[in-house]
Ligand binder design. Structure first.
Ligand SMILES: [Zn+2]
Length: 291
């Protein structure tokens, strides 16, 4: 346990204050892949005012929530796509997430891809909880506010994937199936994959009931190792799925920031948290793409 904790600290994602003053989290080490673009958003750097103290705090809400204005979300999305893509030309594709295991594969010229490209301010037309592509100039976006975003990259074939793993997606094995899908769709070998488990609710803030625990017990022989008392460790659950699927532990980074309790230096919440803010929360985006 101590070893795992030490490793997690060592692999901690680094904060990056990038252009446009957005506070984004990037994976330490992924900068070596010069063709790769990625980032996990926080609340920092946007123009939304509905979730903080109005007029004092502005937030980077990236979800089309009913509380926020369309203009604010559009501007926030434009900024984040420009910052992560390092170009205004990047398109973004998101999905209407349904807590399942469906993955949309975006290939140049295929039915799914045609007409589905969004401008940074567009709305999702596809349904699913995972996205995969090797097409350049496209950022795949997974929207969360506690659920676990997992980014995966085949560094040889230059294929990227993004997954939405709440407890339901996790128990259904979306990430484990995602690794298999990378192999089927692109011939990806597990030794060429790197993966990152993004900011999301940590075991520190995630107490669950017996029903959820029962679902995990039925799904995984190692389920009890994911619990401490009534706390569920979704980071470890998804890390474990990657390992079981064959991704080397040294190639997996757990960012390790909890959306429930991570704070900025000024004491403000660093992330939106559906659970901690009792449903009145904005959304982050986790993005990955190929230049
Ligand atoms: Zn926490």
């Amino acid at each position: 346990m101590d070893g795992a904790k030490a490793k997690r600290r060592m692999l901690q994602g680094k904060g990056l204050r990038a252009m446009g003053d957005l506070d984004l989290v990037q994976v330490a080490g992924w900068e070596q892949y010069t063709w790769l673009r990625h980032g996990f958003s926080t609340r920092g750097g946007g123009v939304s005012t509905v979730y903080g103290k109005a007029g004092i705090v502005s937030d980077l809400n990236l979800g089309w929530t009913k509380e926020d204005s369309q203009e604010a979300v559009e501007e926030n999305r434009r900024r984040v796509v420009k910052t992560v893509g390092q170009s205004a030309d990047f398109k973004m594709v998101t999905v209407r997430q349904v807590h399942g295991v469906g993955v949309q594969v975006l290939r140049e010229g295929n039915d799914v891809f045609e007409g589905r490209l969004e401008t940074p301010t567009g709305r999702a037309v596809l349904e699913g909880d995972g996205l995969m592509t090797g097409v350049t100039g496209v950022l795949l976006g997974i929207q969360t506010a506690d659920c676990v975003p997992v980014l995966m990259v085949d560094v040889e074939r230059r294929v990227v994937a993004a997954f939405h793993a709440g407890w339901r997606g996790t128990v259904a094995g979306i990430v484990e199936q995602g690794v298999a899908a990378m192999g089927q769709e692109y011939g990806s070998r597990v030794e060429d994959l790197v993966a990152a488990v993004g900011p999301s609710i940590g075991a520190c803030c995630y107490a669950v009931g017996e029903e959820v625990r029962g679902e995990f017990r039925r799904a995984f022989g190692y389920a009890e190792e994911l619990f401490a008392g009534d706390r569920l460790d979704l980071w470890e659950a998804n890390r474990r799925q990657l390992v079981v699927a064959g991704v080397g532990a040294a190639r997996i980074l757990v960012v390790g920031e909890c959306t429930g309790c991570a704070r900025n230096e000024d004491g403000g919440r660093r992330y939106f948290s559906h659970r901690m803010e009792k449903g009145l929360a904005g959304r982050m985006l986790s993005l990955v793409g190929v230049v």
